[in-house]
Design a protein around this ligand. Structure first.
Ligand code: C2E
Ligand code: CA
Ligand code: CA
Length: 684
């Protein structure tokens, strides 16, 4: 190899070597661009691309060879046989063309490598045919081992380059293939030249040099023309393809009749608009438009007039919209216009403009046509916290607008009460609450009424918003349920509760509240098992609380989920017992492990005879069904005394403890343990 390099450095004209290399680089790159087209097309188109491919690669290789030969600073007179020279060009074009064709043919497993080897062989053939076209005034001698090495290099690198082009691992392989092709040409050439030794027969004729230079430029010119043609073709192809792609995108998102967007574009605009409003604290307005009596245009003037009317309306809407607005036809005579609202006061102007765009008469089919339209308006996030809610609400608004002939523009909710507004605000603030770390779980201990010891604890969620402060779960849980966020939140609570409970000083039970939405998830048992496994809490220590209302929302599905949960070993408690309208029915559909008597009963014990009677009955019911009962909301000593006398085994309430942080609960458990120990050994 060192011989080859010194041969380039000392016996060649550097300028012409650079020209040859440039020719080869550009040629290789364009050949592989054309080859990619051939590879990705079929039939006669593929043959066309292969033809261009062969022309470009053959011409590039041939030009590189001849410029490099002319760069060889021989002290000898040099003549060139035109016939053999042209023949070598033809060989290069046909040989590489067939090689590239074979590589992309799909014939057999190793077609790419075989085709590549053929390309290499064609380059080598061209080189040696080209060499034999040279008539040197000297005695010519070849070194066979170098000749063999040059052919092997060309064939091997040729196979490698098409291997890379046909079996790419990354998107850079395409350039790698062209690079290897370049190496094949260059290494063949210089190894081939080095294989040659010439012993001069006569002195040099320096007058010949300028003619050779002219020849070099002529060759380069021809090569540039051929390769240039390839470049232009590839560029035209690229441009046509990108135009076709743009057309395809436009057709798939636009409505052919009006040129406005279609339904799929609307879906996208809706999602993007809501995300934009979230990110910029702005509002996103959706206006659904429907013509009142479009049918009569079709009936009285024919469908083509109807189409012409819609198309004229579409054109006017498209022209009349401003930045931040987009119009779409959803089908038939139903249109929708969306707008990103960032300032005040612009909404009314926008709606007035829309009314004019849709209801002023248009010229269609040679006459002036007009048709009254009604509009439903909804604004995100005021009228829906998700794009689907917004859509449902704007549909309702449109339906109202259609009924009320006097006010054809209807807002989703003209008067929204303050409570509703607050709920919507909460919904927005709740997004991402888990990720922001604004939630914590507290534990309210449950006590054995006889011994006064802690028997377990209920996990209760706490949300502290940076501005609103602490928000009651009674306020935000229903909002989270409505928007579906409760699934993620509930799973987080479960994981936190189990994680903490697993580290408590005593193996007490932990109770976690389940929402109705979670209860409808078919994979809830698997999720629960996964969390138990992840946190290491033994399954027997988890109790899930469900309310009667959530159970009865979809009893069949919920009971099926509860049964599967129970099979895994989790216990199930019925929460807020006695507040539903058919408490006994829920006891029939599922056999609970515990009844949690609603706190309203404990609260009413002092004043109400009925409450005392109901409480006794429930305790008896529990006893006869062998279901332990827990009384919630015990706040006073008299309530506790009554419950004790009535035989209630477990209680939970402010009298004993408020919900505590995990550390405080652990301290309480440890303290009780120590007191118990001291009592047992006769101290304290
Ligand atoms: P709940 O399941 O009935 O929880 C008991 C509620 O009663 C708790 O309110 C607790 O702080 C309160 N409480 C305990 N002892 C007394 C007492 O002696 N007197 C009075 N007046 N109240 C007492 P909190 O924590 O505000 O929770 C309210 C509701 O929010 C819960 O009612 C439960 O339905 C729901 N909730 C709380 N955490 C979660 C949760 O992680 N997931 C789900 N799905 N719901 C939860
Ligand atoms: Ca509960
Ligand atoms: Ca409860």
């Amino acid at each position: 190899m060192s011989y080859v390099l010194s041969c380039i450095a000392t016996e060649h004209n550097p300028f012409l070597v650079a020209l040859a290399a440039l020719m080869c680089v550009v040629g290789a790159w364009i050949s592989f661009s054309l080859f990619r087209r051939a590879r990705d097309t079929r039939g006669s188109t593929r043959l066309g691309w292969l033809f261009l491919n062969g022309m470009a690669s053959g011409a590039a290789v041939w030009c590189t060879h001849f410029i490099a030969i002319l760069a060889y600073e021989t002290p000898l007179g040099l003549k060139i046989d035109p016939f053999l020279t042209v023949l070598s060009l033809v060989l290069a074009i046909v040989g590489t063309g067939i090689g590239f064709g074979m590589a992309s043919s799909g014939w057999g497993r190793f077609a790419p490598e075989a085709g590549g080897a053929l390309v290499g062989a064609a380059i080598a053939g061209m080189h040696y045919l080209g060499m034999s076209a040279l008539d040197v005034e000297g005695f010519v001698e070849w070194t066979p081992s170098m000749v063999a090495a040059s052919v092997a290099l060309a064939v091997g690198l040729g196979a490698l380059s098409l291997n890379r082009a046909m079996r790419p691992l990354t998107r850079w392989c395409h350039h790698g293939a062209a690079g290897v092709f370049f190496l094949a040409v260059v290494s063949l050439h210089f190894t081939g030249v080095a294989a040659l030794t010439i012993t001069p027969l006569a002195p040099v004729n320096p007058g010949q040099q300028p003619a050779l230079w002219a020849l070099a430029f002529a060759v380069a010119g021809v090569g540039t023309l051929v390769i240039g043609m390839g470049v232009v073709t590839a560029l035209i192809d690229l441009r046509t393809r990108s135009l076709a792609d743009a057309d395809r995108v436009r057709l798939s998102t636009s409505d052919p009749l009006t040129g406005l967007g279609n339904r799929s574009q609307f879906n996208r605009a809706l999602e993007e608009g809501c995300s934009w409003a979230d990110a910029s604290n702005g509002q996103f307005c959706v206006v659904l438009v429907d013509f009142d009596d479009f049918k009569s245009i079709n009936q009285l003037r024919g469908y083509s007039a109807g189409d012409a009317f819609l198309s004229a309306i579409g054109a006017r809407v498209m022209e009349g919209l401003q930045s931040g607005e987009a119009g779409m036809r959803l089908g038939g005579d139903e249109f929708v216009v969306v707008k990103r609202l960032s300032g005040n006061g612009s909404l009314q102007d926008f709606l007035d403009r829309l009314r004019a765009l849709f209801t002023d008469s248009v010229r269609a089919s040679g006459t002036a046509l007009s048709c009254p339209a009604c509009m439903g308006v909804a604004i995100y996030p005021d009228h829906g916290l998700s794009s689907s809610d917004l859509l449902a609400n704007v549909g309702l608004a449109l339906a109202r607008a259609k009924q009320d002939k006097l006010s054809p523009v209807q807002f989703c909710d003209t008067v929204m009460d303050a409570a509703e507004k607050a709920r919507r605000t909460l919904g927005v603030l709740l997004r991402g609450v888990v990720e922001r770390g604004e939630l914590v779980v507290q534990f309210q201990p449950q006590f054995d009424l006889d011994t006064g010891t802690i028997s377990g604890a209920e996990a209760l969620l706490r949300w502290t918003h940076p501005v609103l402060g602490s928000v009651s779960p009674a306020d935000f849980i229903p909002v989270a349920e409505e928007s579906g966020q409760i699934v993620a939140i509930g799973e987080w609570v479960l994981r936190e509760a189990c994680r903490h409970a697993a580290a408590w000083p005593k193996p007490l039970k932990v109770a976690v509240n389940l929402s109705a939405v979670q209860l409808r998830q078919a994979d809830l048992p698997e999720r629960v098992s996964a969390i138990l496994q992840e946190t290491g809490l033994p399954v027997g220590r988890l109790e899930l609380e469900v309310t009667e209302t959530s159970l009865m929302a979809d009893p069949e599905r919920s009971v099926a989920v509860l049964r599967r949960l129970r099979e895994t070993g989790v216990s199930i408690a019925l929460d807020d017992f006695g507040t539903g309208y058919s408490a006994l029915a829920s006891l029939q559909v599922f056999s609970f492990d515990r009844l949690k008597l609603d706190k309203s009963f404990a609260g009413d014990l002092a004043q109400s005879k009925e409450a005392r009677a109901i409480l006794k009955t429930v305790l008896m019911l529990g006893q006869s069904l062998s279901i332990p009962v827990l009384a919630e909301g015990v706040e006073t000593e008299p309530q506790a005394a009554f419950l004790r006398a009535a035989g209630c085994p477990t209680v939970q309430g402010f009298l004993y403890s408020r919900p505590l942080s995990d550390e405080a609960l652990c301290a309480m458990i440890a303290e009780q343990d120590e007191a118990g120990f001291r009592a047992a050994v006769g101290h304290g």
